[in-house]
Design a protein around this ligand. Structure first.
Ligand SMILES: Nc1nc2c(ncn2[C@@H]2O[C@H](COP(=O)(O)OP(=O)(O)O)[C@@H](O)[C@H]2O)c(=O)[nH]1
Ligand SMILES: [Mg+2]
Length: 338
C-alpha cells in the first residue's frame, strides 16, 4: 500500500483550475473509493476527470484505489495526473477476495453454467462474484479505509453531469443521513433466487436489528412476503461506512455469506446493501441525491430543473431512468416509497 501525492502535478493538463469551496464548507472525514483492475485504466481516468471537474477539484477529498492485484506504475502515474488530492493505492488481502475454500466448487460451477445458459450478465464469471462479495462485506474493512467514515463509490466509465455547488458528504453529516443513492433499478431475479428467503430467516432470527421505521415498502409489495427486486444501484453510493461496520450489518453479511449465495447464485452487492439499508435504518436516513446527474452503462439520472437544486447540469432528460427514481422523493423528510 502506498500513499502518493501529486508528484506529476506540473505535467498535468487535465486538472481544472482550482476553485474555492463555498464558505459554509466543512471538511468531512471522507474519501472517494475506486475498485479497479489495471486494465480499467482508460475508463478509470474518464470517471476521475469527470468527478474532479464537477466536484473534487474544489474539495480535494483523497482517492483510495483498491485492486486484487498490485497496481502497475503506469496505472498509478496516470491516475496521479488527474487530481491534486492525495491518492492511496491498496492491495486487497486474498482472504477478502477469493472464493472461500468452504464453497463447494462443483455447486458453484453448476451455478455459473446455469446462469450462463440463461444469458444472465456475468453469469459465468467467478471474478464478478468475488467482486460482489468484496463490495458487500469487505471493502470497508480494508486497512486504507479504516481512517475514513464517509465514502463515495466510483466506477470506471461513468459520467457526472452536474457541477456540484455543495459537498454531499457534508450534507449527509449535517442532515444525519447514512446512505445516499441516485438510481434505483430492478435486479435480475435469476441472480437472487433464494436471497429473500435468507433475508426473511435473518429477520426472524434477529428482529432487534430491524428498524421500526424501516423502508420495507421499497423492497416488497406484499408486506415482506416476496422481494420486488428493487435496489439502489450501488455503483453510485455516497454513504457512511460505519453502517457497514455496525453489528447489525456484519451479522447480516456473515449470515448471507454462510448461505453461499454469492457463489451458488450471483448475489450482487446492490441488493445486499439496499436490503440492509432499507431494513436496518429508519427511512429518513436514506437520501436520494436527485440533484446529482449520473450515468453508468446505459442507465442515467438527469435531474430536472426542479431536482437540480441549483447545480448546473448538462444532460438530456429523455433517456433518464427517472421513471424509477422520480418515485423516490427525498424533498420531504422521509422517502415517498415505490
Ligand atoms: N480489481 C478488480 N476490480 C474488479 C474486478 N471485477 C470488477 N471490478 C471492479 O468492480 C466494479 C464493478 O465492475 P463492473 O465491471 O463495472 O461491473 P458492472 O458495473 O456491474 O457492469 C468496477 O469498479 C470494476 O473495476 C476484478 O476482477 N478485479
Ligand atoms: Mg460498472
Amino acid at each position: 500500500m502506498v500513499l502518493l501525492r501529486g508528484g506529476f502535478r506540473q505535467l498535468s493538463t487535465t486538472i481544472p483550475i482550482s476553485a474555492e469551496p463555498e464558505p459554509s464548507f466543512q471538511r468531512q472525514n471522507a474519501t472517494l473509493v475506486f475498485l479497479a483492475r489495471n486494465t480499467d485504466l482508460r475508463d478509470v481516468l474518464t470517471s476521475m476527470s469527470n468527478l474532479e471537474r464537477r466536484y473534487n477539484h474544489k474539495y480535494l477529498y483523497p482517492w483510495v484505489f483498491l485492486n486484487d492485484e498490485e497496481f502497475t506504475n503506469e496505472f498509478k502515474g496516470r491516475v496521479l495526473l488527474e487530481t491534486n488530492a492525495p491518492v492511496y493505492f491498496g492491495l486487497i488481502p486474498k482472504e477478502h477476495w477469493v472464493q472461500p475454500a468452504w464453497i463447494d466448487e462443483d455447486k458453484a460451477e453448476e451455478s455459473r453454467k446455469r446462469l450462463k445458459g440463461q444469458n444472465i450478465i456475468y453469469g459465468d464469471s467467478s471474478s464478478y462474484r468475488n467482486m460482489c462479495r468484496f463490495n458487500s462485506g469487505y471493502f470497508f474493512q480494508h486497512p486504507l479505509l479504516q481512517q475514513f467514515k464517509y465514502y463515495w463509490r466510483i466506477e470506471p466509465n461513468v459520467d457526472y453531469f452536474c457541477d456540484m455547488n455543495y459537498d454531499p458528504f457534508q450534507y449527509l453529516n449535517q442532515n444525519n443521513r447514512t446512505y445516499g443513492f441516485t438510481i434505483a433499478l430492478y435486479e435480475t431475479s435469476e441472480t437472487v433466487t433464494t436471497l429473500w428467503d435468507s433475508v426473511k430467516e435473518f429477520m426472524a432470527n434477529y428482529p432487534q436489528y430491524i428498524s421500526n421505521d424501516n423502508a420495507m415498502e421499497l423492497l416488497s409489495n406484499d408486506g415482506g412476503q416476496t422481494y420486488n427486486m428493487c435496489h439502489f444501484w450501488s455503483n453510485f453510493e455516497i454513504a457512511d461506512m460505519d453502517f457497514w461496520r455496525s453489528e447489525a450489518y456484519r451479522k447480516f453479511f456473515n449470515f448471507l455469506d454462510a448461505k453461499g449465495g454469492f457463489y451458488y447464485e450471483r448475489w450482487g452487492d446492490a441488493p445486499v446493501h439496499s436490503i440492509a439499508a432499507a431494513l436496518f435504518l429508519p427511512k429518513h436516513k436514506l437520501h436520494f441525491f436527485q440533484d446529482i446527474g449520473y450515468r453508468h452503462a446505459v442507465y442515467q439520472h438527469c435531474p430536472s430543473s426542479d431536482e437540480s437544486l441549483g447545480n448546473s447540469c448538462s444532460c438530456h432528460r429523455w433517456n433518464s431512468i427517472g421513471k424509477y427514481t422520480n418515485r423516490l422523493n427525498s424533498t420531504s423528510k422521509s422517502l415517498t416509497l415505490l
